[in-house]
Each structure stands twice: as C-alpha cells, then as structure tokens.
Design a protein around this ligand. Structure first.
Ligand SMILES: Cc1ncc(COP(=O)(O)O)c(C=O)c1O
Length: 422
C-alpha cells in the first residue's frame, strides 16, 4: 500500500498475525477472564484485568476473613510477609526491600511524604511523566520551597538523547529525580538504568515510576540502581486491584513510613507496611495466584512474546487503516519501544489534550463498544494499544475495519467544528 507521503506499508507485513493463545483445555484465553464479551477490550494497560483464578482465590480469602476476623487480622502481617517474598522474586527485587502498597500512586506518595530537602529543593521530572505523579512532585517542591524542573524528551529520542535530556536538568540543587521506566501517554521506555547509575554517583535520589513494568518487563528491578521504585502488579501482571510494590534501596529507605500510621510503625522497613489498620488485604494474598496462572498456562516469557507480536500486528493493521483514510503515515517512532504497547497516530482533530483524549475514550466505549486508550503528547493525539494474552488478532482487525472509519468521521467533524469556531 502506497501512502500520500511516499512511504509504503507492505501487505505481507500487515497479514502476519500471531495465533491466538489457548487455555490447557483448548478454549480461547479470554475464557479465563470475566471481561464482558459484548465489548472489545483493547486497553489492558490502564486498569488491568483479573483472571478468574485470582478472583476466585480472593473470594476464598474473603470467606476465610469473614469466617473468623479475630483470627484473620492478627495473622495477616505474617501472611503478607510471606507473600512479599514471592512477589519480590517476580520483580527481581530483594524481599527485604519490598513493601506492599495499594497502587503505584501510593508508593510514590510514600516517598514524597517522607523525603527531606537536603540541597536546593529541586525535583527533576520529564514531560512524559504521569500527570498525577508529577502533580505530587510539584506539591512536594512547593513544600520544600524549591521547584520542579521538567526535562523535555523528544518522543523519538533514543537512549542517549533521552539520557542527555534528563541529566541536563540535574544540578547542585537537585533533591529528587522522578523518571518513568515505561511512560503512560507515550508507551516508551526511558533509560532508567543509566540514569540510576549516574544519579547514584552524584548522590541524587532517584524515584522510578515503574507502574507499567511488572509483567511487561522480565524482573524489572534486576539491573536497576535506584533509591525508590513503585510499580503495579494489577496492570500487566493481572493481580487483583490494589496490589502494588514499593521497592526502596539505599540509605534513605529506613526513613519510609506508610501513609497510614499503624501498630507496625515501630517495626523496621518494610515490615512496618504489613500493618495498615483494619483493611481488606486479600488482594495482596491473591496476587501470586494471578502470576502463577499465567506462568503455569503459557509461561511468562511466551506470554510476553505473544503480547509483543500481537501489538506489532495491531500497530500495522490499524496504522494501515488510518493511513488509507488520511493518506498520512500513522506509524510512530517512540525511540525506546516496550513490548505489548504501541502508539498509532490519530487523524488531526482527535485527542489533542488529555481531556479530549479521555472524552474520546468514553465516547468510543459508549458508541463503538470498544475499551481503548487515547493519549495526547505535544498536542498530537494517539491510540495507545495494549495487547494482553486474552486479545487476538481479530480484535484489532475489528477495530481497523469498524472503528477506524468512524474515528475518521469524528475527526472530520471536529476539524469542521474548529474551522467554524471563531
Ligand atoms: C506511568 C504511570 N504512573 C502511575 C500510574 C498510577 O497508577 P495507579 O492509578 O495504579 O496508582 C499509572 C497508571 O496508569 C501510570 O501509567
């Protein structure tokens, strides 16, 4: 297929689809989830999806809790400590460094709440940072009487350019670096390993936002030098919601306390996080069931390979459909790609900001029956696709055939509206 800008998408490229993954009994992988079959679920990355096996395990644990609360709660810290060991192995972390927190936001809030200003109160973030995490950094900088410095990393920056862009903002006044391992809106990696080594050399604490890393990257902490890392197990690892890890290494970790003061406060890090008042912690205890389900059914390396091949196929099929519609190449170079996620450029007029991108997500769900993620970066709108094991090539062919033409119509209408508006 020839495009208006002179580039070319080969038809063979478009037609190579990975074979759908099946369960041990031959049923489609999606049957192991409770996702509504009336919808297309093309956005695992935002909120995850929990396999039935882990939902059932959590229900069993809740039944146990409700059967004998007075036995359950005193026993809970011991059970959580044992769970941490398995989760740490999955992440490539030392169990002694890993605390359980309800989500990545909470992990980063713990760092923000406990870290003290030692130099100029400056916090370095990037323009790819997750909005809520960056807002937390801004509040902390205000509290410190400092400021946030934003490193501008071009979307297509390779490792060297991204590293240089971040380190150019680090100076004598820097008290904290907050860098994504995998970015949300732009679905790319940032060179946190290299940044971490240099930050440690300069004595600047690094907080890595690893929200998307567990499950998508094999042992995401294995080669990482950082003071703090927070990541969600309820995204790609498919754990029940409310399951995330805070990993702290280095001299500052003993100063970290949970956001909820509780009886564990006198315990050392990370044990003190195992007591959080009276809360339902069954999601943590059921998390290993999700990891084991995928591990035992396909193996994590094969699952990751499938997700990546499928994402590549989806990118080509949907990109070609948009290109046929607009005459423009919809492929996006993100510099340091991640497995399982891709960006496809939307026609002009759609999703030029986070607000309009979220509105498009809601409209697509309501009118097209598709759960999808749309993002904006630098005023340009993207379809951010996240493929998991329960997705199939047919999901994306459907999107290309049925949804792309409608999105094209919506884009035309939005452009016409913009021209009419004085
Ligand atoms: C990069 C990044 N950071 C942080 C978060 C926040 O995760 P949570 O809402 O589970 O705290 C997300 C969620 O999508 C994310 O993508």
């Amino acid at each position: 297929m020839s495009l208006a800008d002179g580039s070319h998408v080969s038809d063979t490229e478009v037609t190579t689809a990975p074979r759908p993954l099946l369960l041990a009994d031959g049923r489609p992988a999606a049957r192991a989830w409770s996702l509504d079959p009336a919808l297309r679920h093309l956005n695992h990355g935002s909120f995850g999806a929990v396999p039935l096996a882990a939902q059932e395990r959590q229900n069993e644990l809740r039944t146990e809790m409700e059967g004998a609360p007075v036995v359950w709660f005193p026993e809970l810290p011991r059970r959580l400590a044992a769970t941490r060991v398995g989760l740490a192995g999955f992440l490539g972390a030392d169990p002694g460094d890993l605390a359980l927190v309800p989500n990545a936001s909470a992990g980063m809030s713990v760092v923000y709440a406990n870290l003290e200003r030692r130099r100029g109160g400056e916090i370095v973030v990037t323009d790819h940072g997750y909005g809520a995490v960056t807002m937390g950094a801004e509040r902390l900088a205000r509290r410190w009487g400092g400021r946030v410095r934003t490193a501008r990393v071009p979307l297509d920056a390779d490792e060297e350019r991204a590293y240089e862009a971040v380190m150019a903002e680090v100076g004598e006044g820097t008290d904290l670096l907050v860098i994504d391992q995998i970015t949300s809106a732009t679905a790319r990696r940032l060179p946190v390993e290299r940044i971490g080594a240099e930050a440690r050399r300069r004595g600047v604490p690094l907080l890595v936002d690893g929200a998307h890393a567990p499950g998508l990257i094999d042992t995401p902490l294995a080669d990482l030098t950082c003071d703090f890392w927070a990541g969600n197990l309820h995204k790609w690892a498919c754990a029940p919601r409310g399951t995330a890890a805070l990993v702290a290494r280095g001299p500052l970790r003993d100063g970290l306390y949970p956001l909820i003061d509780s009886w564990g406060a006198a315990d050392p890090y990370p044990d003190r996080f195992d007591q959080q008042g009276t809360v339902d912690a069954t999601h943590y205890l059921a998390a290993p069931t999700a990891l084991d389900f995928i591990g035992a059914t396909w193996g994590w390396p094969a699952a990751r390979r499938y997700m990546d091949e499928l994402a590549g196929y989806a990118e080509r099929v949907v990109g070609a459909a948009f290109a046929a519609l607009t005459g423009m190449d919809a492929r996006v170079d993100v510099g340091m790609p991640v497995p399982g996620m891709r960006l496809v450029r939307l026609p002009e007029g759609l999703a030029d900001s986070r607000v309009t991108a979220d509105a498009l997500r809601d409209r697509a769900a309501a009118e097209l029956g598709v759960e999808a993620a749309f993002t904006a970066f630098g005023g340009v709108g993207y379809w951010r696709l996240s493929a998991h094991v329960y997705n199939t090539a047919e999901d994306y062919e459907y999107f290309a055939e049925r949804c792309v033409p409608v999105l094209g119509e919506w884009a035309r209408a939005a452009r016409a509206q913009q021209h009419r508006t004085p």
